[in-house]
Write a protein that binds this ligand. Structure first.
Ligand SMILES: Nc1ncnc2c1ncn2[C@@H]1O[C@H](COP(=O)(O)OP(=O)(O)OP(=O)(O)O)[C@@H](O)[C@H]1O
Length: 453
């Protein structure tokens, strides 16, 4: 029996011993599996055709999965060779893949027209509650667009999971090459050499899980990212006609964050809102956005896949730790060696992302607003131990507003702090002196011990 809340971090309980078997899948079937962190599952396509969230599996090549929940879908039937210890696995006959592919072809038609007339392609944004399958749908739509030779811009506005970067970041990336079946999206140049060409994301650091945790900062980063995307799009005809696909946070759907959704729609000039897995949200969104005389938005409802799995906090925490570890040390196929630097407190300019104050709004005098800073300057201290610091690309004499518009150069990890000597040891992906740039610390991703000892 599995222990509630601990599921995937526990040793696998359903199949303890590794197994090896072949699995025949009839057309339009999906084989779904879960693999715990620390366990592995190898999948090889022997015959037929199959895909993992839109990306085709080549015949005869082995793929290794760990700490994930995913599915292999086949349009025409296939045989898979499976070996390892899945936490759970089953085959499903009911999938929303037909709806998803119809959605793809509708977008593709618009991309074709946009390419012909030199216009802007579809700009769609996916919204829905947590674990409704938003990121999965985004992967499928991106993979299908890339298979048609398009170069969509993929934007991640969900800080809960990083896309080609650490959790807590917002990114935009032009996808022109296939997604990585094992890694999800693929790898960034910082991950080292990879058989799948790496992608170059534009990264901004937010540092909180909830977009409403520091609304002012989140909105500023969204506006900045939208500006970067439009300037990229205006320089590249392929990017322009391919349009963009935007992932959002489940928090917004669950807390009726319509003001934030409105901001994202306006900044990215979204013309298609895809609502996943919530009738109520669909009806609310339809009421607010459809039929507006200016900038009309089409609202589309798509069903949630029965394969979507709720991920508990301990699973997500472990995924975040893995992401941080891989950023500095790589993974078994591509190991990296970070550098240890000794840094003086006086050479550091540390800022903390402003968190919502504990003061309740009702306790404030009438007419007064709760002032939440974008950042607050922080003295380096033992409190930074085991934290991740984002190194911002800000010019000298920066202001808080300038920091909220700066991209991330990279991340460093505080391995140890010696307060008496006012020095700390940090891990950095490259050698050399720590640049004299603002260093941002926050609570997400949380400090982790997994990199030391
Ligand atoms: N058809 C499927 N079969 C198996 N697993 C699936 C399937 N669809 C989605 N999943 C898994 O379900 C989990 C939740 O899906 P996903 O991350 O796409 O949801 P989300 O809406 O983006 O969540 P959040 O808003 O919390 O980030 C993921 O681990 C994903 O891999």
């Amino acid at each position: 029996m599995s222990v509630p809340g601990l599921q995937l971090n526990e040793a696998p309980t359903t199949q303890d011993a590794p197994r090896e078997y072949t699995q025949d899948l009839a057309a339009h079937r999906e084989w779904r599996f879960e693999v715990a962190h620390g366990s592995t599952l190898e999948v090889k396509l022997l015959r037929g055709s199959a895909e993992v969230f839109g990306t085709e599996l080549p015949v005869g090549q082995k793929f290794t999965f760990t700490g994930c929940k995913a599915a292999v879908y086949t349009w025409y039937g296939c045989t898979l060779e499976i070996s390892g210890t899945p936490y759970s696995e089953y085959t499903s006959e009911e999938t929303p893949m037909m709806t998803y592919s119809n959605l793809h072809f509708a977008l593709e038609k618009r991309r074709g027209r946009a390419a012909e007339y030199g216009e802007q392609g579809p700009r769609c944004m996916i919204i829905g509650p947590h674990d409704a399958g938003k990121t999965t749908l985004l992967k499928i739509l991106t993979a299908y667009a890339v298979r048609m030779g398009r170069q969509p811009t993929v934007v991640n506005l969900d800080p809960k999971e990083g896309m080609l970067s650490l959790p807590g970041t917002l990114t935009a990336t032009s996808f022109s090459t296939i997604l990585d079946i094992e890694e999800g999206f693929g790898t960034a140049p910082t991950s080292g050499p990879s058989p799948v060409p790496s992608k170059l994301p534009l990264v901004y650091y937010y540092g909180l899980e909830d977009p409403q945790g520091n609304e002012k900062l989140f909105k500023s980063l969204v506006s900045r990212l939208a500006l970067a995307v439009s300037s990229r799009v205006s320089d590249n005809a392929e990017n322009k006609s391919s349009g963009c696909i935007i992932d959002t946070s489940g928090h917004l759907a669950q807390t009726s964050g319509y003001d934030m959704i409105q901001h994202m729609v306006a900044e990215f000039s979204v013309d298609t809102l895809i609502v996943l897995g919530s009738e109520r949200l669909y009806s609310d969104i339809q009421r607010r956005f459809e039929g507006r005389p200016q900038n009309p938005v089409t609202v589309v409802k798509v069903p949630k896949s029965g394969g979507c799995v709720d991920r508990d906090e301990s699973f997500l925490k472990q995924s975040r730790e893995t992401a941080v570890k891989e950023y500095f040390f790589g993974e078994p196929k591509r190991t990296l060696s970070p550098y240890t630097l000794a840094v003086n407190f006086d050479d550091m300019n540390v800022w903390r992302v402003g968190q919502a104050s504990n003061v309740s709004l009702e306790l404030l005098p009438a007419g007064e607003e709760l002032k939440q800073p974008l950042y607050t300057q922080t003295e380096p201290s033992i409190l930074l131990q085991h934290s991740i610091l984002a190194v911002l690309n800000a010019e000298s004499n920066y202001t808080e507003e300038m920091m909220a518009e700066s991209t991330v150069m990279g991340f460093v990890y505080v391995a140890s702090v010696e307060e008496p000597t006012r020095r700390m040891k940090i891990l950095a992906p490259i050698s050399g002196k720590l640049p004299a740039k603002p260093l941002i610390v926050s609570s997400f991703p949380e400090p982790t011990f997994s990199l030391v000892g």
